[in-house]
Structure formats: structure tokens, C-alpha cells
Design a protein around this ligand. Sequence first.
Ligand code: IMP
Ligand code: MG
Length: 180
Amino acid sequence: MPVVRGKDIEVFYSASTIARRNLELAKQVAEREYEDLLVISILKGSFIFAADLIRAMHDAGISPEVEFMMISSYGTGTTSGQINVLRDIDNDVAGRDILLIDDILESGKTLKFVRDLMLSRGAKSVSIAVLLDKRSKRQIDIEADYVGFECPDYFVVGYGMDVAHAFRELPFVGVVRGDA
Ligand code: IMP
Ligand code: MG
């Protein structure tokens, strides 16, 4: 088991497994033939997934515009409470095909909020790509169009995802198992 910051980390999805899956997801995105696609990466957790997925999309022949949006949710720590836009996109989304990229679809509140916001601004379509789907935790009826992996209900870190601001730099997704 890798040891990082003195903790044992169990690897759930290795770097090579994620890379292979990203190529498959990019091909699925390419099949939809979006027009003038605008990708919106939801910060902070999706930054590594988004960076890898858009490069895989390039290999699949897609040249998207890329934007970033920072969303905060506060509530009871692990569940999303009220949602705030901390950094908005600059673009006019009216009439455009949009692909939201996030790390995890859990309760669904974050992505429903952003999707509804884009639709209210006149987006033509809003699709969703997530690395991980924690389906068992869903509170709202929302599905992603592109899912890397169905994820069991563990608190995962790495590949952009943190616990208390740590472990985002890991090239894999894993679970902190305790002191090494
Ligand atoms: P929800 O779908 O609105 O509940 O929000 C999902 C968000 O919660 C994700 O974008 C992550 O930022 C965060 N999150 C949920 N589960 C985890 C986890 O296991 N590790 C790290 N962040 C998580
Ligand atoms: Mg997030």
C-alpha cells in the first residue's frame, strides 16, 4: 500500500486504470457530436480529471472551449447544504452545448444546481461527466451522461480530491486507511 504523509492509502483506481477509462469516456463524448462545446470544470475537485479528460477529448477529435467554476457547499461536512457560486464563468452560454465536469456525483445537489443555472441562462444542452458516481448517496433524481466508475460509499482522495486540503496530488484514487 502506498504511504503518503505517514498514512496508508489503499488504491481504488490506479493511474493507468483511470487513463484507460478517460480515453473511453472521450470517445463516448465524441459520439454525441456536440456543436461548439463548452467544457466547465467544477473546481476544485475536478481539476485533474478535467485536465486529463480534455486531452483525451483532443485525441478523440474534439476541440472544446474550457472554463472553470468554483462552487462551495456548506452543510454537515460530507453532505452538501446551501450552494454558492464562488467563481462564475465569463462566457455567454445561450444556445451552447455544455459539458460539466466534476469529480464525484453524490447527493446530486451540486450538479443539479449548476445544470439548472446553465439552463436558466439559455444553454442549448447541459451534459455531465463525472469520474465517480456514488449512486447509493443520491438525494436528487439526476444522472451523469458519462461516468468513469461506479464508486462504493467510501470517502476517497487523490486525483484532485482532498480530505482537509490534503492528497489532491495523488495520481490515483484511494482511501486513507490509517497510520502506516
Ligand atoms: P453532491 O453530489 O452535491 O453531494 O456533491 C458531491 C461533491 O462532494 C463532490 O464534487 C466532491 O467535491 C465532494 N465529495 C463527495 N464525496 C467525496 C469523497 O469521497 N471525497 C472527496 N470529496 C467528495
Ligand atoms: Mg466538488
